[in-house]
Structures are given as structure tokens and as C-alpha cells.
Design a protein around this ligand. Structure first.
Ligand code: ZN
Length: 163
């Protein structure tokens, strides 16, 4: 079997992510590369699709539209919530994500967009929703996933993680 990125492989890569305006959003360079289990939805679908078939050492520029990235921006945008609706010790800051629960028990992620006085603005959209993503990627490692990693649907580090 040739060693290419395909389902069931743990892939390591360095990346730099920019938005359409060319602004730096995130980068792994200068730190540890990112690891993911291919085929398990660990990374945005458009990037996972474009990495398929790559080999170690391959470099690519992958452009990912919102529909294959963090989705289109939906809804009415950030909504204010009183600060005291959050636990006192909650370290609120812009960009943080938490899971909320609706009255009928549906759980969904929310992101804090800004804090103004006693009001915390929260949004159901991922901060990168609506953005076309530009990834500059280099594949740095590739191995077969273990049975346990396949069962869990994510990679395990050298000293095994667990949350
Ligand atoms: Zn696990």
C-alpha cells in the first residue's frame, strides 16, 4: 500500500491560515504540527478533501469556500446576554467557545464575540463562518492509525491524551 493521505491515516501537517484579505488567522509554524485522523471530520471538509492523496513533504495551497469550511454566516448575529447569566469563575473573553442548551434540551455551540459592560455578546456562528479560508500546508508526517484511534475518531499523542 502506498503511503498517501487516505482514510485511517494519522496525518501531521504545518499550516498557515489566512482569510480572503490576506490577514493571518492562525499558524502552526514555530510550534508543533497539527495531527488529525483522515476521514473522521477532525478538520474542515474542504481541507480534508484536498489533502487526500498527498505524501510526506508535499506542500499545497488550499482554498476552502465557506460551504466546505466553517459554514455560511447565519442568523441575526451576536446577541447580548447578561454577564451574570454566566458562572462567576467563567473566564469570559472574545473568541471563546462554550456549549449552551436550549429550553428543549438541544445543545449547541456559542462563541463570545465581545463584552460590553455587563453584557456579553454571543453568536451561534463560528468566528470563521462566511470566510473563504486560504491554507498553506506542508505534510510532515503520516502513519496508520491504531485501533483505538480509529474507535475514538481522533489521533492520540505520544503519551496518550484523554479528556
Ligand atoms: Zn481518544
Amino acid at each position: 500500500m502506498s503511503d498517501i493521505v487516505q482514510d485511517g491515516k494519522i496525518v501531521q501537517f504545518h499550516y498557515t491560515l489566512k482569510n480572503d484579505a490576506g490577514e493571518l488567522i492562525d499558524s502552526s509554524r514555530g510550534g508543533d504540527p497539527l495531527s488529525y485522523l483522515h476521514g473522521a471530520g477532525n478538520i474542515v471538509p474542504g481541507l480534508e478533501r484536498q489533502l487526500a492523496g498527498c505524501e510526506v513533504g508535499d506542500k499545497l495551497d488550499a482554498t476552502v469556500p465557506p460551504g466546505e469550511g466553517y459554514g455560511e454566516r447565519l442568523g441575526e448575529g451576536p446577541q447580548p446576554v447578561p454577564r451574570d447569566a454566566f458562572p462567576e469563575e467563567f473566564p469570559l473573553q472574545p473568541g471563546m467557545q462554550f456549549v449552551a442548551q436550549s429550553p428543549d434540551g438541544e445543545r449547541f455551540p456559542l462563541w463570545v464575540t465581545r463584552i460590553e459592560g455587563d453584557e456579553v455578546y454571543v453568536d451561534r456562528n463560528h468566528p470563521l463562518a462566511g470566510e473563504t479560508l486560504h491554507f498553506d500546508v506542508e505534510i510532515t508526517g503520516l502513519r496508520q492509525a491504531t485501533e483505538q484511534e480509529l474507535a475514538h475518531g481522533h489521533p492520540h499523542g505520544p503519551d496518550d491524551h484523554h479528556e
